[in-house]
Design a protein. Structure first.
Length: 418
């Protein structure tokens, strides 16, 4: 009797796609499959198909995407298979890889899928050649590889695309604020990459007053200030009290009745939980006239994912709380556009959290490197990082990710409604 086939080991990469207001409108889902023992990693048609058929539906699209759409890569064989129909058309953008030959069979298949409600994107476009002509009327989004395209060629390519199709133009592999600014000036509609999560330290920049209040609050809760002091600080920025109560009432706290006042919230939460919500409020607070920062979802995911990984490693509740803190605060320098060293000097952090934030050192630094590799779907770094982490089982990673994503989606949704 043969043993049942073991399900594929996989994990998810989720790259944000932002509009011109820097609102997250979609994610490209990058699937990775690998051998947990040897570290051998594959990223091919069979790995993608197996994840979609055996795992993606089980994970739940709401957990992975929240309210956004998902871009998923398809080569020719996968596109012609019936795997595509397993995905919800209204939530899926079929991304045609640059290796796909635009044959009559491919065009006919795209027409079939369009009739079912699927949207289409062209991936990694460097030159919009004639070979794309038969499929262009079906394309909703053209993804331009701005790293591979010579900068001087971009204006002509954009003009050609605008003349041939009404598709939106997406700049992909945008990895710095400067690149994003240039692409916005060129007229791109959408932007993919982690440019929003790159530090842009401005010398002499003052932290926004409402966020400075939050840094002060964080210091107070870390040093166990009494509730009267904390409440007085909250009152310096009244909108924060409302935001705190909205988050606490919205995010599965198991409340039998709503929290209606700040003093009630402080008593109910206690110091440990209050630390958590103040950290989240740092990222949930909008600057005047701006959209909700995509950093909130990213920071919330990091914090929750690190907490769950720490819980998997040991039952140490204090370590779990510190892991959450390290994950959330790892983007604080990006948010406040200030050096991490300067920010940490203002708050009394545990030593292992400081080591993780400043040098990615120690056990929490190791977990932070794991989380960052998961964000990037880094199939080279991740297996090496996890090779000796027996308590943090490699084949549990995707499920732990989904728990973290579902939680951060709920946080972001509550913050948007505030």
């Amino acid at each position: 009797m043969t043993a049942p086939e073991k399900p594929p080991v996989f994990w998810l990469g989720r790259q944000p796609i932002l509009d011109r207001r820097e609102q997250t409108v979609a994610y490209e889902l990058l699937f990775r499959s690998g051998d947990a023992i040897s570290g051998r990693v594959t990223d091919n048609r069979m790995a993608t198909a197996s994840v979609i058929t055996h795992a993606f539906n089980e994970l739940g699209i709401e957990s992975v995407l929240g309210t956004c759409r998902g871009f998923i890569n398809f080569d020719a064989d996968l596109l012609l298979s019936d795997t595509v129909e397993l995905l919800p058309p209204e939530r899926t953008v079929v991304e045609l890889l640059e290796t796909v030959d635009i044959t009559p069979a491919i065009v006919a298949r795209c027409h079939e899928l369009r009739a079912l409600g699927f949207s289409f994107a062209l991936d990694d476009v460097v030159q919009l050649g004639e070979h794309y002509t038969p499929v262009l009327p079906l394309i909703d989004i053209i993804k331009v590889d701005v790293l591979a395209t010579p900068p001087g060629d971009l204006p002509a390519m954009i003009a050609r695309a605008r003349g041939l199709t009404g598709a939106k133009l997406l700049a992909e592999k945008v990895d710095s604020p400067e690149q994003a600014r240039r692409c916005r000036e060129l007229g791109f509609d959408l932007f993919q990459g982690y440019f929003f999560a790159r530090p842009a330290v401005l010398e002499g920049r003052r932290v926004d007053p409402s966020r400075q209040v939050l840094v002060q609050l964080l210091q107070q809760v870390l040093t166990s200030a009494d509730n009267r002091q904390i409440e007085a600080t909250f009152k310096q920025a009244p909108e924060l009290s409302y935001k705190l109560m909205r988050l606490v009432n919205s995010i599965g706290m198991g409340l039998r009745f709503p929290i209606a006042s700040l003093s009630h919230a402080l008593v109910f939460l206690g110091q440990q939980q209050l630390q958590r919500w103040v950290q989240l409020l740092l990222f949930a607070q909008r600057s005047r006239g701006t959209a909700q920062s995509p950093l909130l979802g990213m920071a919330a995911t990091r914090g929750r994912l690190m907490e769950l990984l720490a819980e998997k490693q040991s039952g140490d509740v204090a370590k779990r709380d510190r892991a959450f803190m390290a994950g959330i605060l790892s983007l604080l320098d990006v948010l406040l556009e200030t050096r991490m060293e300067d920010l940490i000097a203002q708050i009394s952090l545990p030593g292992d959290v400081r080591d993780a934030l400043l040098a990615r050192a120690g056990p929490l630094g190791h977990l932070l490197k794991v989380v960052e590799a998961l964000e990037q779907a880094d199939s080279t770094t991740l297996p090496a990082l996890l090779a000796n982490d027996d308590p943090c089982r490699f084949d549990d990673i995707a499920w732990i990710q989904v728990k973290a994503l579902a939680w951060s989606n709920a946080i972001a949704q509550a913050a948007r409604g505030g």
